[in-house]
Design a protein around this ligand. Structure first.
Ligand SMILES: CC(C)(COP(=O)(O)OP(=O)(O)OC[C@H]1O[C@@H](n2cnc3c(N)ncnc32)[C@H](O)[C@@H]1OP(=O)(O)O)[C@@H](O)C(=O)NCCC(=O)NCCS
Length: 177
């Protein structure tokens, strides 16, 4: 899974320069769907809350964290839109002074998985995080997500025992570019 909530895991860092939530969207075609990757905003709070509860039933972020991830200035936030609704979300938490960013969360609704939407969210977010190192953490048992990260150049750099509320360990992965 991902980092704990954006309030609970991070100190606020308003001194970092804001990332570029580039206004343009990216449209992609898969055999099953046409979807686009677009900047997300506070207007997506309701849809994000639903995605969060479906994708992370064990530790969905509370409302305050969701509002934070949709409004903080140091976050790249992107949504995947298909069939005129939000079907996926990614957030990249930028720590420009440390020259790194964390993928804070990524999720796609189950019925839209396996079509490249997660990949498109991840790679588009990476493009907009203009730092040499990107890190993330993931539940040790989350093979699907770990495969995705390995495919896109992340390597395991650490393991945090009992990181999640149910005491599962987190694998910390890192990509240098
Ligand atoms: C992890 C997650 C975001 C991946 O999203 P996704 O949209 O399914 O990702 P993709 O479709 O890009 O890739 C998933 C699989 O589909 C395959 N795929 C990608 N495009 C495809 C296509 N056009 N046709 C068929 N398969 C495709 C990929 O090869 C990959 O296969 P693999 O897992 O067997 O290696 C999603 O599973 C999810 O939301 N999980 C729950 C939340 C979660 O665990 N998030 C990670 C937190 S760290």
């Amino acid at each position: 899974m991902r980092k704990r909530g954006i309030f609970t895991a991070y100190a606020l860092r308003f001194t970092d320069a804001a990332p570029r939530n580039a206004p343009h969207s990216v449209t992609l075609q898969t055999p099953a769907n046409t979807f686009s990757i677009e900047p997300a905003s506070w207007r997506d709070l309701g849809a994000l809350r639903q995605i969060e509860q479906i994708c992370f039933p064990l530790d969905a972020w509370p409302l305050l964290d969701l509002l934070g991830v949709l409004t903080f200035p140091n976050v790249v936030r992107l949504k995947a839109v298909a069939e005129n609704r939000m079907v996926g979300f990614v957030a990249g938490d930028l720590r420009r002074s440390e020259r790194l960013a964390w993928i804070a969360t990524i999720g796609v609704l189950p019925e839209f998985r396996g079509q490249g939407i997660g990949t498109a969210l991840l790679t588009t977010c990476e493009e907009r995080l203009n730092v040499p190192t990107i890190k993330l953490c993931v539940r040790k048992s989350n093979d699907t997500a770990i495969r995705l990260y390995l495919r896109y150049g992340y390597v395991k750099v650490d393991e945090w025992p009992r990181y999640y509320t149910d005491r599962e360990a987190a694998i910390v992965m890192e990509k240098k570019r």
